[in-house]
Design a protein around this ligand. Structure first.
Ligand SMILES: Nc1ncnc2c1ncn2[C@@H]1O[C@H](COP(=O)(O)OP(=O)(O)OP(=O)(O)O)[C@@H](O)[C@H]1O
Length: 552
């Protein structure tokens, strides 16, 4: 398919407001996709790479503006592009507003000359672009992108800009893609959902659905080395859990960071909750797993930082270790980390996602030598007092609280269902995407002083408040520096930011309010931390804000 045809269809999808019409349009796109099916299944969601890959294009907004400016002609600079963005508010519209095809002579130096750009060619070019690294890589990336923009019509340029900056936002969420694959290739929605949970890639699933139908989808299994999305938890109470289940599986809620362990029988690889590989920064976890296991396995667990006495340290310490690229041995001397594995998704050739938690935990224990401290203990109890004692013990040991899990439930990747509930003594917090900021005043005029908080909606973000309290001067300096590459536009003291950073914020109450576009406002929001382990896609949703507001 030509990229122009895809761009036209994306345009038509964006113009639709009814969910059914959007799903139908995506269904038609998939039916007509031919050999481009897997690429298009990713492109409609604004992805070039499958969700399980941590590979990115690594194209910052500035680099994209430069490429657009060069394609737009000699008199246009990246600053001009940025100014236009401040006026128009959306990079696709900005890219479409220039006459980029006018540079076709120059484009001959870029990819593919002046021939019409195809989806396959664009995908290949973007993959080449992602592979560029080393010194001068930014310049090479601009060159490649310039070559692509120079071959674009206005509509193509709009969707190319949105694709490379991960700002597709045409109203197509994962649910739409799932339903469209099912409708296009006449397979059950559940079978598609299941295959996506296991493979974490809509591209592979769409092709399998088309080529081999429901039976083919059933053959997609977990693969060691290909991370799956983590199962998540809702807030819950002991009384609620014991009302719903005869007995609850009770575990400590460790104050650390999630990690998925993939052991192929010889070597272990580790992935963070964002599916980034964190094998190198955590050698002691790798060593512990490789020494203990002798059969292939995929495990889920939490990594906690500990001091010299083995007592847990705040979770920021473990994130520091996650990010550490150099001198890992020295970092390890300062702060050691320890794995608490609490689930087993695969053991010795057998996928266990559908097995009940109780069975999965038994398998987990059987993989490790007796009494190994790498396995998190799980208690089965129907007695509220016993569970309270377990919570007291978890808190006394410096952990966050307890998890209550349905012992009969399967493992549902990516789901925040009622089968796992977290009971933490502190009030709920929200993980919000920072979408804007404001410069300070007076002596703080050169640092950002207040930050606009948003939550996820189906096709973008909606504001819920501004936070300025709870941040030290030193943190403001750090945040100002951190946000610099994400500045999209400025107007007086107001700064528009590309969504990239997630703040954990506390608040006293959620109020219904017309002041913000979510329809809600956080009362007395206060900054708690930067969620280094989360991307905007992992931030809290408007749906969660609605639920929290209702349950107050
Ligand atoms: N025993 C355990 N079982 C499952 N998750 C655990 C356990 N101990 C610690 N955790 C952590 O708790 C998280 C579950 O809470 P949730 O799904 O709400 O994630 P979250 O948004 O990071 O929440 P929070 O900020 O409260 O940790 C898991 O992602 C995991 O990192």
């Amino acid at each position: 398919m030509e990229f122009a045809a895809f761009a036209d269809r994306a345009d038509a999808i964006e113009a639709e407001s009814a969910d059914t019409a959007i799903t139908e349009a995506v269904t038609d796109l998939f039916t007509d996709a031919g050999s481009d099916l897997s690429t298009l299944a990713r492109f409609v969601q604004g992805r070039v790479f499958p969700a399980y890959e941590s590979r990115t294009l690594d194209i910052g907004p500035r680099l994209c503006y430069e490429a657009i400016a060069r394609a737009a002609g000699q008199n246009i600079s990246a600053d001009d592009v940025e100014e236009r963005l401040a006026d128009m508010g959306e990079i696709g519209a900005v890219a479409a507003s220039y006459d980029l095809g006018g540079q076709q002579g120059l484009a001959a130096f870029g990819a593919g000359g002046t021939a019409a750009l195809t989806v396959a060619e664009l995908d290949a070019e973007l993959r080449d672009l992602a592979a560029v690294d080393g010194s001068g890589s930014q310049g090479t990336k601009v060159d490649i992108l310039f070559g692509l923009f120079s071959r674009c019509s206005p509509t193509e340029a709009s969707y190319l800009a949105r694709l490379v900056l991960s700002e597709m936002r045409i109203g197509v969420g994962e649910g739409t893609v799932r339903d469209a694959v099912a409708a296009a290739f006449d397979v059950p929605v559940d079978a598609v959902e299941r295959a996506v949970q296991v493979s974490n890639d809509y591209g592979t699933v769409a092709e399998m659905a088309r080529d081999e139908g429901e039976a083919g989808l059933a053959t997609i299994t977990l693969e060691i080395g290909r991370p799956v999305q983590a199962m998540l938890a809702q807030a819950g109470t002991v009384a609620g859990a014991l009302e719903d289940w005869d007995r609850a599986a009770v575990e400590w809620k460790y104050d650390g960071a999630r990690v998925q362990v993939h052991f192929d029988g010889e070597t272990a690889r580790l992935f963070s909750r964002n599916m980034e590989e964190v094998t190198d920064p955590l050698p002691e976890v790798v060593e512990a797993v490789e020494a203990a296991l002798d059969a292939p396995a995929i495990l889920d667990g939490e990594v906690v930082a500990v001091d010299a006495d083995g007592d847990p340290l705040p979770f920021q310490e473990v994130l520091r270790r996650f990010r550490r690229k150099h001198d890992v041995a020295a970092a390890r001397e300062d702060v050691a980390v320890r794995l608490h594995a609490f689930d087993c998704l695969h053991a010795d050739g057998e996928d266990l996602l559908d097995a009940p938690l109780e069975t999965r935990h038994d398998r987990l224990e059987s993989l490790f030598p007796d009494g190994s401290d790498a396995v998190s203990e799980m208690w089965l109890s129907g007695d509220p007092e016993e569970i309270e004692d377990l919570e007291a013990a978890a808190l006394a040991a410096g952990q966050e609280g307890i998890m209550l899990k349905d012992p009969t439930a399967a493992y549902s990747p990516g789901k925040r269902g009622k089968h796992w509930r977290k009971r933490k003594p502190d009030v709920e917090t929200l993980d919000c995407v920072v979408t804007g900021a404001e410069w300070g005043e007076g002596r703080r005029a050169n640092v950002l002083g207040s930050f606009e908080l948003s939550v996820r909606t189906d096709d973008g973000y909606a504001t819920v408040g501004n936070v300025a309290t709870g941040i030290t001067d030193e943190e403001l300096d750090d945040l100002t520096e951190r946000f610099e590459p994400h500045v999209r536009a400025e107007d007086g003291r107001d700064v528009a930011l590309t969504p990239a950073v997630v703040f954990e914020v506390g608040y006293e109450e959620i109020q219904v309010s017309q002041s913000y576009d979510s329809g809600y406002a956080l009362r007395f929001p206060r900054f708690l931390s930067v969620r280094e382990d989360k991307t905007p896609a992992d931030a809290d949703s408007l749906e969660r804000v609605e639920r929290l507001a209702e349950s107050q």
